[in-house]
Design a protein around this ligand. Sequence first.
Ligand code: MN
Length: 424
Amino acid sequence: MKIEKYKIDELNSEAISKHQRSFEYVAADVANLDSVLKKLGAFNIAIPSWALGTGGTRFGRFSGGGEPRSLEEKISDVGVIHALNKSSNSISLHIPWDIPDNASEMKALASQLGLHFDAVNSNTFQDQKDQKLSYKFGSLHHVDKAVRKQAVEHNIEVIKYGKELDSKALSVWLSDGSNFPGQLNFRQAFQNTLESLQEIYAALPDDWKVWVEYKPYEPNFYSTTIGDWGQSYLLASKLGPKASTLVDLGHHLQGANIEQIVSLLLMEGKLAGFHFNDSKYGDDDLTVGSINPYQLFLIFNELVEGMDAKGMDHATSIGWMIDASHNVKDPIEDLLQSVQAIKIAYAQALLVDKTALIAAQNNNDVALAQEILQQAYRTDVRPLIAEASYRSGGALDPIAAYRKLDVRENLIKERGLKTVATGL
Ligand SMILES: [Mn+2]
């Protein structure tokens, strides 16, 4: 399904006068308004191919209707999201769930919708049909060299698919770990992982990166071989300049100060990018901004401050992607909400009065520093997001537009009520 631009224009014209009033109210106090709107317009977040279908839990899965049945339909769904919000111009593929059989056709389809391909993701956390050796006891860290070799070859194959699609990064998340004390020799597991990653690193094209993701627990419950940012950073440092650390917001123990982690990785030039989601207890994969929007703002505050200190382009110098699962919501609505939440946090971070904050920090004026941050956080920046979207040709209110245009009903008509997205 393709959303016609004139339909978005029609909806915008119904809402424009109300928007104008709220926009002018906020804009009056934004010193660098044009620059803020330009930055918001340039900011895009990649959509992962696996987030377009209804997810599930280990207990069950309640699928929705009209889910994408093929890679073409997944690309088409990202096209819908991007047409509405003008902030989701790329798709991140997971191999082997989404093997592009005809890369040039996929590229052409994507480019018609204004999309390109973001990082490609390998999968050695489950066994595939007809796979020779099992990953039950891990992949890149496995005690058996033959299993490690198979996992390395899979990653090199993923790079090959990514090259055909003009991706520029390989994202690696390992479930490798142990369930019980004594199961693993930690040093050996780390060394095996490093050696395997070195072989993958050697296969990277010159202009590619490898992003090393970490996670403290699950599916293994005693140790994970790349369990935290320190372990990922250690690997990335040993690998070389093309390797860096990927931060998934859900992959931290409760109370972890993610904004501090981000700040230091950025300082060291080792922050690859983000997998955005939200959580209350663990790796809950909830909609971004649904549980702890203040933490998201504090992270963006460090990102903006740290990137500005290095003269980095906010939109393109690191990878931005959603990594969430939608068990009870329409996946497209959930993704639209997530992108809006990310842009809200980003806009708030752009509004922080940096000069005043630095002065407060240098004067140890703790109360004032908090006031400055919360002044930005408590500003309702939604009219700024709407204005940036409007200026880019998107909808003033993407979620309302999605509902008014009956997109899901149309997708159900097109694809059927009982479809199951590939890969999940
Ligand atoms: Mn992730």
